[in-house]
Write a protein that binds this ligand. Structure first.
Ligand SMILES: Cc1ncc(COP(=O)(O)O)c(C=O)c1O
Length: 403
């Protein structure tokens, strides 16, 4: 007998009962998605709005995934991931940052799932979270899903110096009642990247006050500054294993694998068992054949990363120079990630302006307001693209602005 008959409802649900809980209703929908939906399927739109490399996943990684499927790797895996991938990632982090064991690694179903899991692991309703903004909206909304309070510390833009953080302002916001600092460096959308001295000061401050650092390191390998290990400065380089540090990462950007949905968390060993429980109740595990492809990506993918960084560096240099050549447009040279975040004089409503660009100029850019109020007046342009495409995009922007 159907459940509804055994337990008849005393009265029909009121309209109020049919909505999601208040914290979910209060979330902002992604304005990037809103805009993409506007132009979806329209072949005349030249799109730079999504943060995605323009090349398909390299063949050797695809081959590994196909081979795993053909070998019937179609079953659940351990919650924390297959041993081969956890060990490979531990060796990778040991090479890049600091000694890491497989027990410190949890494989996740992409970076965004890693952000949710880490947030579920650390946050109670009402906890205070501090974030440096403008910022990819998912990082701001995920703590809110869990009813945490988010306080933003804004970066500032100046024509000569680009995007900078007032370190004292951030440290003042990191009060003893703060639970977690969320920091994404290199940052989406500005490309701002924390330097070692600032990282050290933040780490010491957080140690003093017992604050967790949650580092979203999605773009650590897409870094254009000088470095010995082809990697942006990371909290993992300076923190020790007893520090309150969780690092999230993804295969999406560095290994050109956005659609595979594979990522990981690096955590103190003491969190692993609880993280395993959360993975069980969220996704249970990442797909086995995708994890097998991940092993090959990490083991053999360094040349792919090196080539991608050089390609993106050339694209960045070209695009930023072209944008700054348009009267009334300013763009800083980003130190990392894959975006130019440009200011356009006269644009007060970036969402409305981007919609106009789609409709009238066939150009798809993301509105700065999608990244918080500090981003209003700016547009985000993903430069993971060929030079002819970028040139055509610039031509369309110039035409739309009449400049
Ligand atoms: C800052 C940042 N973190 C994490 C991610 C997660 O990427 P994915 O879910 O594709 O792994 C993204 C994707 O754009 C991002 O920009």
């Amino acid at each position: 007998m159907p459940a509804a008959r055994r337990h008849p409802s005393p009265s029909p649900a009121s309209a109020h009962d049919l909505y999601a809980r208040p914290a979910v209703r209060a979330l902002s929908a992604s304005r990037i998605r809103e805009l993409v939906n506007e132009g979806i399927g329209n072949p005349d739109v030249l799109a730079f709005w999504v943060g995605e490399p323009d090349e398909p996943t390299p063949e050797f990684i695809r081959t590994a995934g196909i081979a795993a499927l053909e070998a019937n790797d179609t079953f659940y895996t351990h919650n924390l991931g297959i041993p081969a991938l956890r060990e490979t990632l531990a060796a990778y982090l040991t090479r890049l940052h600091r000694p890491t064991g497989a027990d410190n690694i949890a494989v996740t179903s992409a970076g965004v799932n890693a952000l949710m899991l880490a947030s579920q692991l650390l946050l109670e309703p009402g906890d205070r979270v501090v974030e440096v903004t403008p910022l990819w909206p998912n990082l701001v909304e995920i703590p809110r899903i869990l009813s945490a309070q988010v306080q933003c510390v804004p970066l500032r833009f100046a024509a000569g110096s680009g995007w900078t953080l007032d370190l004292d302002e951030l440290l003042a916001a990191l009060t003893p009642d703060t639970k977690v600092l969320y920091v994404n460096s290199p940052n989406n959308p500005t490309g701002w990247t924390l330097d070692r001295a600032a990282q050290q000061a933040i780490l010491e401050h957080c140690r003093r006050h017992g604050i967790w650092i949650f580092a979203d390191d999605a773009y650590e390998r897409l870094y254009f500054g000088a470095s010995q290990n082809r990697c942006a400065p990371s909290f993992l380089d300076i923190a020790d294993v007893r520090d309150r540090l969780v690092s999230a990462n993804t295969f999406s950007k560095s290994w050109l694998m956005t659609g595979w949905r594979l990522g990981w968390l690096a955590v103190p060993e003491t969190l692993s068992a609880d993280l395993g429980k959360l993975i069980e109740y969220n996704t249970s595990c990442a797909p086995g054949f995708v994890q097998q492809a991940g092993v090959v990506a990490v083991k053999e993918g360094e040349p792919v990363i090196a080539r991608t960084v050089e390609r993106f560096r050339a694209a960045r240099d070209y695009l930023v120079a072209e944008l700054n050549g348009i009267p009334g447009v300013q763009a800083a040279l980003p130190a990392g990630a894959m975006y130019a975040f440009l200011r356009v004089e006269g644009v007060a409503d970036s969402l409305a302006f981007c919609k106009r660009l789609v409709r009238e100029a066939g150009l798809g850019l993301a509105p700065g307001s999608a990244f918080g109020p500090e981003g209003e007046g700016y547009l985000r342009w993903c430069f993971a693209s060929s030079q002819p495409r970028l040139a055509e995009g610039v031509r369309r922007l110039r035409a739309a602005l009449g400049r």
